[in-house]
Design a protein around this ligand. Sequence first.
Ligand code: FEO
Ligand code: CA
Ligand code: CA
Ligand code: CA
Length: 637
Amino acid sequence: MQEGRIRDAQEEISPDEFDDIHHPRHGETDFEKLVEKMMSRRGFLGRGAAFAAAAFVMSAGGVDPLSAFANANRFGFEAVPAGTRDTITVPKGYSWHVVARWGDPMWSKGPEFDHATRGTGASQELAFGDNNDGMSLFHTGDRNVLAVNNEYTNIGIIHGGVGGGKPATADDVRKNKAAHGVSVVEIDQKNGKWSIVKDSPYNRKITPDTPMEITGPARGHALMKTAADPEGVRSLGTWNNCGNGATPWGTYLTCEENFHGYFSSSDPEVKVSPEFRRYGVGPKNWGYRWEMTDERFDIAKHPNEPNRAGYIVEIDPLDPESTPKKRTALGRFKHENAEVVLAANGQVVVYMGDDERGEFIYRFVSEGRYAEGGDNSNLLETGKLYAAKFADNGRGEWVELTPESTGLASQAEVCVHTRVAASAVKATTMDRAEWVAANPKKAEVYCCLTNNKNRGVKPNKGGDPTPVGGPNPRANNRYGQIVRWAPDGGDHLSNAFSWDLYVVAGNPAVHKGANAGSANVTPDNMFNSPDGLAFDRNGMLWIQTDGNYKNAKGFAGQGNNQMLVGDPVTGEIRRFMVGPRQCEVTGLEWSADGRTMFVGIQHPGERGGDSHFPGGGDTTPRSAVIAVTRDDGGVIG
Ligand code: FEO
Ligand code: CA
Ligand code: CA
Ligand code: CA
């Protein structure tokens, strides 16, 4: 999320802004503030020079992305223009409809969404959650089960019907919690339209109160023990579930991102450890007030609770009785998504980004091997964890995080204080790593680096420098870029790789130089802040944005957040969809036959007043999963 708005002291601010106010960066000085001001006014890199590394690797691969443009047409649709309408815009010959919205009942005993009150604790516990994000579709027989993250809530919207737009009562907190987590919901298609199957035995709400098992190196460690769980092996719930992953053995991975914003302290003088500061945990939270009814979220009383969040959680979506498993072996950070690939020998490789300014990219490699039809249920319990180092010459390496390499006392500590471990090996600080996606057609992995206003300006929260260079080529980076790497020998187990930049976003209608973006960005396809990312079965890359939608100044002409398609071979990028006002487009999945694409529309109208999507009129704006189909019934991607 991070571009979303939260309520703090009457003002809607972003989590980034909140952290800046309440957890100033290590080492920030007046001089650095001055540098930030200066850099924001300068044009300092020629457009060609900034992307020399990209050109180097592209030509080494034998492909000239630009000369290939003229011949390329793997898109099959006409680009849509940028826009600011309060609806979905898709190309000619395509249609869309709503599948599931925040507050839609998943069981027939639940009431329909009430636009006046916006629901109660009881109604929300029976309904689809808010702010849907990553999602995966699972199949059993001819049934379709969609697991969808419900990342967070916009306080002014969810509590807008009562209490002056803030959680005031215990029932408000109950509703707020029940809008978070993961909605597992059967869907089916009737007369061409997908919708929720109410009362399906697969329907399940996984919330901040659902019992979970802690697995992997941190299981049972002193850092994980609490009054309610003296053995450190079971925790309650998951929240701020951002991107996702899916395993070849049919489980869903949900990724805990900004878990810190839910903790606060009843004692304002509480001692905040350096490790807590690194993750943004402190005396003040985002204002959801869960601590009002659940003292787990009070760090003065339960100082180890924050150590039990920030993980990848594995869920069996087809077994509603199953206990979700927190996979500590994959590290603790502000997880974006989890891209799973199988190495040739069956070892499981998971690529993951940590979405905060100046944090890192990680890789997990399982010890065990996937066996089709075998017991794969614990492959994510044991393995090795690595952080990425990118060199300026287009090469890079994965550095294993162990007690020996990091100086931490145990692998358990590596898996709890993972950011500290990666800092110790001098991993490369990145421009906010969002989704990672692996090309199904070749051993090649892409990652959105959404933006980073601190690049070249100030260090990350751990004090690591954030120099301009390598895959992070612009100071005060407001537009973002997509980096890609190819493991040596086409082997995801290799610790060495080559990298380049697939695209550097910008605004060529406003800027010259680095902020115009790379050569495959034009006034017709421009965007900012790439975030969601997924390949389709044909090897085309779908890019979703979570950026500045003011459509003014440096973002003039870019309109609402959007979804584009990139050809990884030619470099061409074409806009496929524009979302409604003030939304983020995030979450992407296909039906088994490839004829429906499911797309997530998160927090339309997040700043209030400007959106009534999808109901129109004067209805409450609601996050929604939509389905996009072709009017001729053909395959989409
Ligand atoms: Fe939840 Fe980094 O986006
Ligand atoms: Ca968001
Ligand atoms: Ca995201
Ligand atoms: Ca984002």
